[in-house]
Design a protein around this ligand. Structure first.
Ligand code: SAM
Length: 262
């Protein structure tokens, strides 16, 4: 019996599985990490094209069953929690995974945090989350998640998988996204923490103007926005990543002073 609390919605259709592997652009030189191999359908196709697959499965029952089936394959099967795996210790690798719903954003953030040798991620996730990840300014999908991912990489929505392709059938459709990870972030900022604090604060009240939504960050926010050549009456969702970076860099000298004074 699939365990709902572990996000167990399995894919069987070989044509969909092959399209996922194609989207991941794997060669015989690649080490692939698969999160949640489950019954191993995707895992075995990946093993056919990659140098090696490291597959991390939390469910002991599935792990033990798959362990028997993959004897002789170039697959290292690990019983453990993908949220805790030390990815930074691996040689360069690509991630390919049909992510369990309940850990979609935590796993993306964990992979970004430990991205030292991460080349790309090809993820099957809820369609709505995929649309937020690739969201562009001036759309309802654009927000903290879009900026957090697009700061470190280039996400592309590859194709939609209708919910009926999974067993058991989940409530929502999925999408496959491919994220190429940059060697350096898209923009260089003096203070990355401050950059993300501004982004989160601005979007926490996305309907307000920036001079209002960012008033808790600095009492001089209006002046700083003008210095950064950003109209204080604009809203968070209209700003590009480059504009948020410019704002952070204009704010960082005074922010350091405020911070020390406080
Ligand atoms: N790859 C398979 C497929 O495409 O059919 C299974 C995908 S299913 C959506 C997610 C898998 O992740 C399940 O096998 C589940 O047991 C496993 N899983 C859930 N939480 C996990 C975690 N924290 N770490 C590793 N695997 C996890």
């Amino acid at each position: 019996m699939p365990k709902k609390y572990l996000g167990q919605n399995f894919l069987f259709d070989p044509s969909i599985l092959h399209r996922i592997v194609e989207a991941a652009d794997i060669t015989h030189n690649d080490t692939v990490v698969e999160i949640g191999p489950g019954i191993g359908t995707l895992t075995k196709i990946l093993a056919g094209v990659a140098k090696k697959v490291i597959a991390i499965e939390l469910d002991y029952e599935l792990y033990a069953k798959l362990k028997e089936e993959i004897k002789g394959f170039n697959i290292e099967l690990i019983h453990g929690d993908a949220l805790k795996y030390p990815y930074e210790k691996l040689e360069p690798f690509k991630v390919v995974a049909n992510i369990p719903y309940y850990i979609t954003t935590p796993i993306i953030f964990r992979l970004i945090e430990t991205r030292k040798n991460l080349k790309s991620m090809t993820l099957t996730i809820q369609k709505e989350v995929a649309q937020r990840i690739v969201g562009k300014p001036n759309t309802k999908d654009y927000g903290v998640l879009s900026i957090a991912v697009q700061y470190y990489g280039e996400p592309k929505l590859k194709f939609i998988i209708p919910k009926g392709a999974f067993r058991p059938v989940p409530k929502v459709d999925s999408a496959v996204i491919h994220i190429e990870i940059f060697d350096k972030p898209r923009v260089i900022v003096a203070d990355e923490k401050l950059f993300f604090r501004i982004v989160k604060t601005a979007f926490s009240q996305r309907r307000k103007t920036l001079s209002n939504s960012l008033s808790s960050i600095s009492k001089d926010i209006k002046k700083i926005l003008i210095n950064a050549e950003i109209d204080p009456n604009r809203r968070a969702e209209t700003l590009s990543i480059e504009e948020f970076a410019r704002l952070a860099d204009n704010l960082s000298p005074s922010f350091k002073l405020d911070y020390k004074a406080g």
